[in-house]
Design a protein around this ligand. Structure first.
Ligand code: 5GP
Length: 123
């Protein structure tokens, strides 16, 4: 971490507005600004862990908590019965754009294939 607050840290700090729907000491959840489905929430740890690759054993409890919050929000937003997908992107090939770990909770419509068809890009 280079000391620069991430976009999501700035949302957590209230410096950038967001449609915040849940927060506690360890995480925050808000609507994605470019929703891909009727329900598209981001569940973000307060600790600015850049990505899955930076997870350490000390994060285990907090990471479990993110899933507990996700399950609760799935119920609250009415998609627990119809279904939803949790996505964590890591790195360029997955399309991670914000280097602050986050779960996408996406639902409210059929989501199709797990992996979209994209033109092959050389490495
Ligand atoms: P990633 O691509 O890193 O997995 O996901 C980042 C997500 O953050 C994207 O879905 C993008 O639409 C969302 N996002 C980017 N900037 C903002 C913002 O300023 N506010 C909110 N609410 N979402 C944002």
């Amino acid at each position: 971490m280079d000391g620069q607050p991430t976009l999501f840290s700035r949302i957590i700090a209230g410096e950038i507005p967001a449609d915040i729907i849940y927060r506690d000491d360890d995480c925050i959840a808000f609507r994605d600004i470019q929703a891909q489905a009727p329900v598209h929430l981001l569940i973000v740890p307060v600790e600015p862990i850049p990505s899955i690759a930076n997870i350490e054993p000390s994060h285990e409890q907090m990471l479990g908590h993110l899933f507990v919050v996700a399950a609760r929000l799935g119920e609250e937003f009415g998609v627990a019965r119809s279904g939803y997908r949790l996505i964590i992107n890591h790195g360029d090939d997955a399309g991670q754009t914000v280097p602050h770990l986050h779960l996408h909770l996406i639902g409210g419509r059929p989501l199709g294939a797990l992996v979209g068809v994209a033109p092959p890009a050389p490495h």
